[in-house]
Design a protein around this ligand. Structure first.
Ligand SMILES: Nc1ncnc2c1ncn2[C@@H]1O[C@H](COP(=O)(O)OP(=O)(O)O)[C@@H](O)[C@H]1O
Ligand SMILES: [Mg+2]
Length: 336
């Protein structure tokens, strides 16, 4: 089927629901989320702040906050369900098979450890390399991610580097064991605009070179357009639209939420811009409506049909939208 990976996916999330522990509230923080990432492919997960993107990525890493638990679904990495693994095995998988980068490099780097050791250590532990060989690879990796005088920098501590350089070290550490999956949660959000492009270029070239499969979590539509093959749009814990990036961003998207996001970007006229604000806000778990979760902010909401839970409507291969009114809205648009 075009629009979908041809080989077995590297990552396959199926029906994942996350809920606050002990909560009797039937509205899940993340509700029945499904997506996959093929070999060498980049899937972008986009949506406003508070839509559940980070919780979804933390669940893949087995690092959910203690207040939140997965109540259903599966997360398969090369066919093995991570939700069924013990803490010890998950630790190994995190180190070796999944590389992670976040907005804040200091959430991944150990401030008390020299950067060379941080990179070399994972190769020693997970690939069984000797100290000398692992340090050699650490120099290569630092060099590869654009750290000048890599050999001298091995013994630097993270605080001795600029934010952009710390980000590069975190990327080197994330790809040190050539992981099957790279999970990048807002990788450039905290950086200066001048530094952002360099980091994106680096990620893109590493992806091509290492054949990495990437799950890119972002609220920056410019990053999505530049980098991803496919997009899944998240709203209030659900995926509301999915499709190929070019189709979704260049042509009219279908879900009123995606359309509102893109329309405001077009209005501001910036090619590279953050997701704009749509009037209203994302409902929290305690105020989630029973039907469509976007209805309170939707110009097309109709109480008789939008009050019911919305199923995904297929719009073609690999393309779907969670809006029962999608055909009516499309016809309305065509008639204008
Ligand atoms: N540790 C936590 N305890 C309780 N609620 C949380 C916790 N972390 C996130 N949430 C809630 O889950 C929802 C999704 O959060 P998050 O995944 O961080 O969103 P995003 O990454 O899309 O901005 C938000 O409503 C947030 O308040
Ligand atoms: Mg987040």
């Amino acid at each position: 089927m075009s629009g979908r990976p041809q080989t077995d996916p590297v990552l396959e999330v199926d029906g994942l629901s996350l809920r606050l522990r002990g909560s009797t509230n039937p509205a899940d923080l993340v509700q029945s989320v499904s997506f996959d990432v093929g070999k060498g492919e980049c899937l972008a997960l986009i949506g406003e702040s508070g839509c559940g993107k980070t919780l979804t990525s933390l669940s893949i890493l087995g690092l959910l906050p203690s207040a939140v638990s997965a109540i259903s679904g599966s997360i398969k990495l090369n066919g093995a369900d991570l939700l069924r693994k013990g803490e010890r095995e998950l630790g190994r998988i995190r180190g070796k098979q999944i590389g992670a980068i976040f907005q804040d490099p200091m959430s991944c780097l150990d401030p008390t450890m020299r950067i060379g050791d941080q990179i070399a250590e994972s190769r020693r532990i997970y690939l069984g390399e000797s100290r000398r060989v692992a340090r050699g690879h650490a120099v290569d990796l630092l060099d590869r991610v654009g750290i000048p005088r890599a050999k001298e920098r091995l013994d630097a501590f993270p605080f001795q580097l600029s934010g952009g350089m710390q980000q590069r070290v975190m990327i080197a550490a994330a790809v040190a064991c050539e992981p099957a999956l790279l999970l990048a949660d807002e990788p450039t959000t905290a950086l200066d605009v001048t530094v952002q492009q360099g980091i994106l270029d680096l990620l893109r070239s590493l992806q091509a070179e290492l054949g990495l499969s990437v799950l890119l979590v972002t609220h920056d539509l410019g990053v999505v357009a530049d980098f991803s093959d496919r997009v899944a749009v998240m709203y209030a814990g659900q995926i509301v639209e999915r499709g190929r990036t070019a189709e979704l961003l260049d042509h009219q998207p279908s879900h009123p939420y995606t359309r509102a996001l893109l329309a405001s970007v077009t209005q501001t006229g910036k090619a590279h811009t953050l997701l704009p604000t749509i009037p209203g806000r994302v409902p929290s778990a305690t105020e989630m409506p029973t039907g469509c979760r976007f209805q309170a902010r939707c110009a097309h909401a109709s109480p008789d049909v939008c009050g019911e839970p919305q199923a995904e409507v297929s719009l073609g291969p690999g393309r779907a939208c969670r809006c029962v009114r999608v055909t009516d809205i499309e016809e309305l648009r065509m008639s204008r």
